[in-house]
Design a protein around this ligand. Structure first.
Ligand SMILES: Nc1ncnc2c1ncn2[C@@H]1O[C@H](COP(=O)(O)OP(=O)(O)O)[C@@H](O)[C@H]1O
Ligand SMILES: [Mg+2]
Length: 444
């Protein structure tokens, strides 16, 4: 993509309303624009990151055996009356009436709807286990939307729902999501710690929040420090096998959010030098809630003995849009964002510092054409701005690699490659550059 043809509105000034660094950087780097309190437009650069994050989540959910679908944002109030949550949910629910005076709501979550879908089609235990998920916008009329996409009113969530015949099977489904979450967040460059958590309005008795440690996080958290350095389950982890050892390795160490924290137990179980009391960002939460919805909504299947059984369920959320904020909180410096390669909006930022110079233009155009043709996502700064402005803009938007083409280098047959994270710079020939970014590249 050429910046001259792109839509990249960078802000010079730090917007006054943004209190935390990720929100400031998201506004300054032209990722989002606020449309109303807690409601954002995703500008092209931010949209690209959102799609990358979605894709990682999708791959890991699919690997764990979950099946993607899509449910609407608007739901009928009636189905929420079946579970008893329509009245219980309170002012966070945005309630709407259509022209026929029918009561609708903008979904804050989808337990009722998915249970309605499940019970309409699955009648026998032979159709189990099932885990269905979607990524869809949610609306919660938060009292205090703040910190940009971290606590929005409209936000993108991945929510999965599992259905099993027995509690033991439901536990296996829970473990699959637990392990999939560890992999998902690690692939985005995030270190997350699963912590015991309150179940909230979703209900049930087993829940973990996946927490990214950050001073700006909204939750107080307490855990054993060894949880910071646990190995991430590999890509070939067997989701049909026994995942209990992986889960137990973590759950045997103390980790709790402030809502369920027990200071006496913490001090008893964790030696003083291993105690970590910190703040964190909740990027995902998983719940096992048994028959909380299947009972009242009569989602039953015929068991092996022919008798009807209410299915055992859990739900599994990830804050897709919140993740942009969390990743930036975890990965930035004074000059701007530092995207991990896996979610970067482009992999390479190509800076031509002397646009209009015949040689610089030729070399830049060649590099741009070759990288793009080979599928290396490249943002090419071909604008007539000053070199200083280009450098600071490129640092701000945080692409992992910067390639600088200038007259001196071009005369000497080299260009400069900078690693945004380390700041390390090397000079190399355009051919060597291609070899670095294009698998199996050969000059001919
Ligand atoms: N207001 C919000 N803005 C952005 N993301 C949110 C918001 N509320 C929840 N999320 C994300 O969605 C995930 C699943 O939501 P859930 O756990 O049901 O909500 P809550 O944490 O409010 O009980 C959370 O872990 C969080 O990452
Ligand atoms: Mg939660």
């Amino acid at each position: 993509m050429r910046i001259s043809k792109f839509f990249l509105p960078l802000l010079k000034e730090t917007p006054a309303e943004a209190q935390i660094i990720s929100h400031r950087l998201m506004l300054r780097a032209g990722l989002i624009r606020q449309e109303a309190a807690g409601i954002y437009s995703w500008l092209p650069l931010g949209f690209r990151v959102l799609k990358k994050i979605e894709q990682i989540i999708r791959e890991e959910m699919d690997r764990a055996g979950a099946i993607e679908m899509l449910m609407p944002t608007l739901q009928l109030a009636d189905i929420w009356r079946e579970s008893g949550r329509y009245d219980a949910y309170g002012p966070e629910m945005l309630r709407i009436k259509d022209r026929h005076e029918r009561e609708l709501l903008y979904g804050p979550t989808n337990e009722e709807m998915i249970t309605g879908i499940f019970r309409a089609y699955v009648k026998s235990y032979k159709g189990l286990p099932k885990n269905l998920y979607h990524m869809q916008w949610k609306f919660r009329d938060e009292q205090r939307p703040r910190f940009g996409v971290m606590r929005g009113r409209e936000f993108l969530m991945k929510d999965a729902y599992s259905f099993d015949l027995t509690k033991e099977d439901a536990r296996k489904s829970y473990n699959r999501m637990y392990v999939a979450y560890l992999r998902t967040f690690a692939r985005m460059g995030l270190k997350t710690i699963p912590m015991r958590a309150e179940t909230g309005p979703i209900g049930g008795d087993l829940s973990h929040e996946f927490i990214v440690l950050a001073d700006t996080g909204e939750s107080g958290v307490f855990c054993h420090k060894d949880l910071l350095d646990m190995p991430i389950p590999p890509e070939n982890v067997d989701f049909d096998g026994d995942l209990e050892p992986i889960v137990r390795q973590r759950t045997s160490l103390y980790a709790a959010t402030e809502d369920v924290h027990d200071q006496a137990r913490f001090e008893q179980e964790v030696p003083a030098e291993k105690r970590l009391a910190a703040r964190g960002i909740e990027v995902g939460q998983i719940f096992y809630f048994g028959t909380k919805y299947s009972e009242p909504m009569k989602a039953v299947v015929a068991g092996p003995d022919g008798k009807d059984v209410a299915v055992e369920s859990g739900s599994y959320g990830i804050g897709v849009s919140r993740l942009l904020g969390a990743i930036i909180e975890a990965s930035h410096d004074d000059n701007g964002i530092i995207w991990p390669e896996s979610v970067a909006p482009f992999r390479v930022g190509l800076i031509n510092i002397r646009v209009g110079d015949e040689n610089c233009d030729r070399v830049s155009n060649e590099i741009y054409a070759k990288l793009t043709k080979s599928g290396v996502e490249t943002l090419y700064d071909d604008t007539p701005e000053s070199a200083g402005k280009k450098f600071s803009g490129m640092d701000l938007i945080g692409l992992p690699w910067q390639v600088v083409v200038g007259p001196k280098g071009v005369a000497a047959g080299v260009i400069e490659l900078k690693n945004r994270r380390t700041g390390e710079k090397v000079e190399l020939s355009p051919e060597a550059l291609m070899g670095k970014f294009i698998d199996g590249y050969s000059a001919v």
